[in-house]
Design a protein around this ligand. Structure first.
Ligand SMILES: *Cc1c(COP(=O)(O)O)cnc(C)c1O
Length: 341
């Protein structure tokens, strides 16, 4: 890895961040007339903690990291955008990512006018570290990996990821939005030994909180400090902080949902395999399955007419005639299966 200072954009390195009113004060006080707030109590009249310390302490305990290794964002989409804005100089630096993968990496690269290089996965959706590394050059600042990958569903091979971490001199992002559904342990376990890795997780999938918009980035304290410098000061509102904090007290409920979804996934795969229009059900480590059918556009249209919406991935690289199907409730899955005859 290069020195972090060499990887960060010079303007971000030199940036003097906005200083929140309440940040400038430490200690005990009872009168807060420093932030132009309304003094009458609505429970939400005060600005929230810009660093969400109480919430991070809970997450840290659950994940086995330190609070200072966590950044919380408005969904994972916020840290994805921030990583690009922290490290990539528009029209100069570039990003390398696997293809096919989650669409937001390219959208954020395009918005920031940063070149986005796609490296095709193998035909079985496995990762070739060698080919990915060959696409990097001296101006490649960030590599995006997604494991389990969306839309293919598979975990990327650990040995291949390790080759990239060991041989790439910039930042390696591992998006683990679906890690709760996978049999493997998270890369978080080794975050202390991986100074160039950012792990992304989210409350949007297993935790059932997609509408709340709360994503997590885990990295070295040095990288997290840059996130904190660049993010909007009050990026996680207090309603979200409180609600996520309450949900974190109910880990068993999340675990029970995951268990149910995994059971339903097995049933769905078994039944899908029996359908004559289904050509292939790809191996999955996520809460969705990628399915190759005889004619994806026709099946997609048919399902839509019946009020069943799946994701048509026909136009995605390596995914021709593929539909991405989220594992629903038993009755939702049955409704789908009934229409696939
Ligand atoms: C769904 C998903 C996310 C989650 O995004 P949020 O902004 O946290 O809702 C992140 N990465 C991938 C690959 C996803 O599929």
């Amino acid at each position: 890895m290069k020195e972090l200072q060499q990887l960060v954009r010079p303007n971000i390195f030199a940036l003097k961040p906005y200083s929140c009113a309440r940040n400038e004060f430490t200690g005990e006080a009872s009168v807060f007339i420093d932030a132009n707030e309304n003094p009458f109590d609505t429970s939400y009249n005060r600005y929230p903690d810009p660093l969400q310390i109480l919430l991070k302490e809970k997450i840290a305990k659950l994940k086995g990291v330190r609070p200072s290794q966590i950044m919380l964002g408005n969904g994972s989409d916020e840290p994805i955008d921030l990583i690009i804005r922290i490290f990539c100089e528009p029209k100069h630096d570039n990003i390398v990512a696997i293809e096919p993968t989650y669409g937001m990496y390219q959208v954020c690269a395009d918005v920031n006018n940063v070149e986005y290089r796609k490296v095709l996965l193998n035909a079985d959706f496995s990762l070739s570290a060698e080919r990915l590394l060959a696409a990097t050059d001296d101006n490649t600042k960030v590599v995006f990996l997604c494991s389990p990958n969306n839309p293919t569903g598979n975990l990327l091979n650990r040995t291949e990821i390790n080759k990239i971490i060991d041989n790439f001199s910039g930042i390696v992002v591992i998006d683990e939005a679906y890690i709760d559904f996978a049999g493997e342990t998270s890369w978080l376990q080794s975050i202390d030994k991986l100074p160039n890795v950012v792990v992304l997780q989210t409350f949007s999938k297993a935790w059932g909180l997609a509408a709340v918009r709360c994503g997590m980035a885990f990295a070295s304290e040095e990288i997290i400090a840059y996130f904190n410098k660049v993010k909007y000061p009050y990026n996680i509102n207090l309603l979200t902080q409180n609600f996520v904090s309450e949900r974190l007290d109910k880990v068993e409920e999340k675990d029970a949902w995951v268990k149910n979804i995994l059971e339903q996934r097995d049933v769905l795969i078994k039944q899908l395999t029996k359908k004559s229009i289904v050509k292939q059900v790809y191996q999955t480590d996520a809460n969705f399955v990628l399915v190759k059918v005889a004619d994806a556009n026709a099946t997609y249209q048919h399902l839509m007419q019946k009020g069943i919406i799946v994701r048509n991935r026909n136009n995605v690289s390596l995914c021709s005639n593929c539909l991405r199907i989220t594992v629903g409730t038993a009755s939702e899955n049955q409704a789908l299966l009934n229409e696939l005859n």
